[in-house]
Design a protein around this ligand. Structure first.
Ligand SMILES: [Zn+2]
Length: 367
């Protein structure tokens, strides 16, 4: 079996992204088999898990920067918004390819994509055959349920009662019974009861701009994760609850959301989160570490990922090779904060996944 060893100045290892220095990491046949301290010469690298984008609408890559002045509800209303018509005319396969390409070029190797259009919408997206594309489908009509269940990675409801309370409940039950994850938009533009998500057995809720502390506590108690989309929320004048989520300790994930308004680059959402925290006096190195977990190891369970996303023994998940010199890590007094604030595609010099080095955009076969 082919071996690959990288001696790196820094690495973020394990579920908690412990920062270790001067390490040698060994992959065998694309699987991380070991890592240990080394006294040999190391490269100016930071090795860290590839990112997971926990909420996207990638089909919207087909109409970038449309509707600059329209309101959120005018655009995304699931039954009569402007987006619905635009999607009907879009080449979905092409859009998903564009979206995944943009993701990979910035170091994200999976996207939990809320796919519109029921079974038909899923089929169009799956034609793109993109590695790491995880469609969360929705059931738009009764006769679609079985097909959506078969095709989708998970259920992704645009509203808790979509399209009707009864069908939402039955779809959620079917997905849970099949061992597939359930997620939903909740409390983005107005208050909505957390109980709705709990009743559906949700694994995660998206946005939560109108959730109070006690709601976040309730999510945490029930093991439900919160996916926050900082740039998307601010674009529409909403406040992302990054500080509150970290304070309460609810499992936090980050997503770039709608591709029309934001390029799917999680580094920008990391920095946007840092700005949110700083503006409320809550940004420090530990908070930065929580943000990095939100785009890597936190995603595994709520999104039902079939991979171990931490750098741990046995993991096949791609590892990013970042230029530690460009990040100025040596001189940094707060290294997690530096990774959050200075990380970006320009520092990404390679990806290791299935023992392939420096081929960042060919991820085929790392499953
Ligand atoms: Zn969404």
């Amino acid at each position: 079996m082919r071996l690959l060893a990288i001696r790196s100045k820094y690495a973020l290892v394990g579920e908690e992204l412990e920062l270790v220095e001067e390490v040698e990491l060994v992959w065998e046949g694309g699987r991380l088999v070991d890592w240990y301290p080394t006294t040999k010469k190391v490269s100016d690298l930071l090795v860290m898990p590839a990112l997971v984008n926990a909420h996207t609408h990638l089909a919207d890559c087909y109409f970038p920067d449309a509707w600059l002045r329209e309101s959120l509800s005018e655009i995304v209303d699931p039954s009569k918004g402007l987006k619905r018509k635009a999607l009907e005319e879009a080449d979905i396969k092409e859009a998903i390819k564009m979206g995944m390409e943009a993701l990979r070029s910035t170091g994200s190797f999976a996207a939990a994509d809320f796919r519109e259009g029921g079974a038909k919408g899923l089929k169009e997206a799956l034609e793109a055959r993109e590695e790491g594309y995880l469609p969360f489908g929705r059931v738009e009509k009764e006769e679609d349920l079985e097909e959506v269940l078969r095709l989708a990675h998970g259920l992704g409801l645009p509203e808790p009662d979509f399209p009707t309370p009864d069908l939402a409940r039955r779809a959620a039950e079917a997905f849970k019974a099949a061992g597939k994850p359930v997620g939903l938009h909740l409390a983005e533009v107005r208050k909505e009861p957390v109980q709705k998500a709990l009743d559906l057995g949700a694994d995660f809720v998206v946005h939560g701009c109108f959730l109070e502390y006690e709601d976040l506590e309730e999510l945490k108690r029930n093991g439900v994760a919160l996916v926050v989309c900082p740039r998307s929320n601010r674009w529409f004048g909403l406040k992302p609850k990054v500080k509150e989520a970290i304070e309460v300790g609810v499992k936090l994930l980050l997503g770039s959301d709608n591709c029309t308004f934001n390029k799917p680059d999680l580094w920008r959402d990391l920095e946007a989160s840092a700005f949110e925290l700083r503006s409320e006096g809550a940004f420090d190195d530990e908070a930065a570490r929580e943000l990095l977990k939100a785009v890597t190891t936190n995603a595994e369970k709520p999104l039902g990922l079939p991979w171990k996303t931490a750098l741990v023994e046995g993991s096949r998940w791609p590892a990013l090779l970042m230029d530690s010199k460009l990040l100025a890590l040596d001189r940094s007094k707060n290294k997690y904060a530096t990774i959050v604030k200075r990380g970006g595609p320009e520092a990404l010099v390679g990806v290791v996944g299935k023992a392939k080095l420096n081929r960042p955009w060919s991820s085929a076969g790392w499953r």
